[in-house]
Design a protein around this ligand. Structure first.
Ligand code: 13P
Length: 285
């Protein structure tokens, strides 16, 4: 069933587990994530990035909403990293119940203004808004400690940011990065704990690919209720495509699709277990 994103997050927060929000680009990705959630009896979030919508168009959003409605478990649908008013309005018009208003590249006051306006628009459509404070980069290599700290979420500012924007959840920057971590991930758990004390909305951690299970569990204990996963899932699919392209003779398209789904499903199942949302589908229903 298509679940209320707010209910999903608040239930996860109440029961001390986190939702996997998996970026999907195509039918295979949607199938993989929904099947993983059904096999683990887990609530889950299908997440689409505006860049993916630009490539394949609105049917990708319609696909996610239809798959959520047909699913045996609660499935949320979320618009990931949106920096534009038009993308957010477009997704809300299609019935997406949860959006990320990403003004994290803007100076603080402009981030507040953008996030506040987008959260109000989302709320008027019955949807919820995730916002981000701090600046997540692709990699933290080469940064000095002070440069790194300047990009991290300031717990004191987080209180004001959540109050001023009226947002429903907060994406934190505590040393998490999109894509591959170079070396051991170095998350500032002490900062996460201070952010948790400073705000009461559910916390979101982007860049969950490559995080060790123990670190994930620690972050959940400190208030993270949603993890965004993209790289590990897409690489599982791309791995199948490249081995199929290199294989002797032509492979049947359906076999490639089946293998692609299976590879992504296996990643999603393992993440769902890490996040502790397995077996929780009836709580969130
Ligand atoms: P990864 O690609 O590192 O899994 O991050 C995904 C993400 O945060 C999407 O918003």
């Amino acid at each position: 069933m298509l679940a209320s994103a707010k209910e999903l997050l608040l239930t996860a927060q109440r029961h001390g587990y986190a939702l996997g929000a998996f970026n999907v680009y195509n039918l295979e990705g949607v199938c993989a994530v929904v099947r993983a959630a059904e096999s683990e009896c887990s609530p889950v979030i299908l997440q689409v990035h505006p860049a993916a919508i630009r490539v394949v168009g609105k049917p990708l959003v319609a696909l996610c909403l239809a798959a959520a409605r047909m699913s045996q478990v609660p499935v949320g649908v979320h618009l990931d990293h949106s920096t534009s008013d038009a993308d957010i309005r477009g997704a809300l018009d299609l019935g997406v119940p949860s959006i990320m208003a990403d003004g994290s590249h803007l100076p603080y006051s402009e981030n507040v203004a953008f996030a506040r306006e987008m959260a109000a628009i989302a709320h008027a459509s019955g949807a919820i808004a995730e916002v981000e404070l701090g600046r997540l980069t692709g990699t933290e290599d080469g940064l000095t400690v002070s440069e790194r700290n300047a990009k991290l979420t300031d717990p004191a500012q987080a209180t004001e940011f959540v109050r001023e924007t009226g947002a429903d959840s907060l994406a934190v920057c505590i040393g998490n990065v999109h894509g591959h971590y170079h070396g051991e991930p170095n998350l500032d758990m002490e900062r996460l704990s201070r952010i948790r004390s400073a705000v009461d909305v559910p916390l979101v951690l982007h860049g969950a690919s490559g995080l060790p299970t123990a670190m994930v569990r620690n972050a959940i204990g400190l208030g993270v209720c949603k993890f965004n996963v993209n790289t590990e899932l897409r690489e599982a699919f791309l791995g199948v495509l490249s081995s199929s392209a290199g294989s002797e003779g032509k492979r049947d398209l359906l076999d490639v699709m089946k293998d692609g789904i299976a590879a992504m499903q296996s990643v999603a199942c393992s993440k769902i277990r890490d996040f502790g949302s397995n077996g929780k589908c009836s709580l969130a229903a």
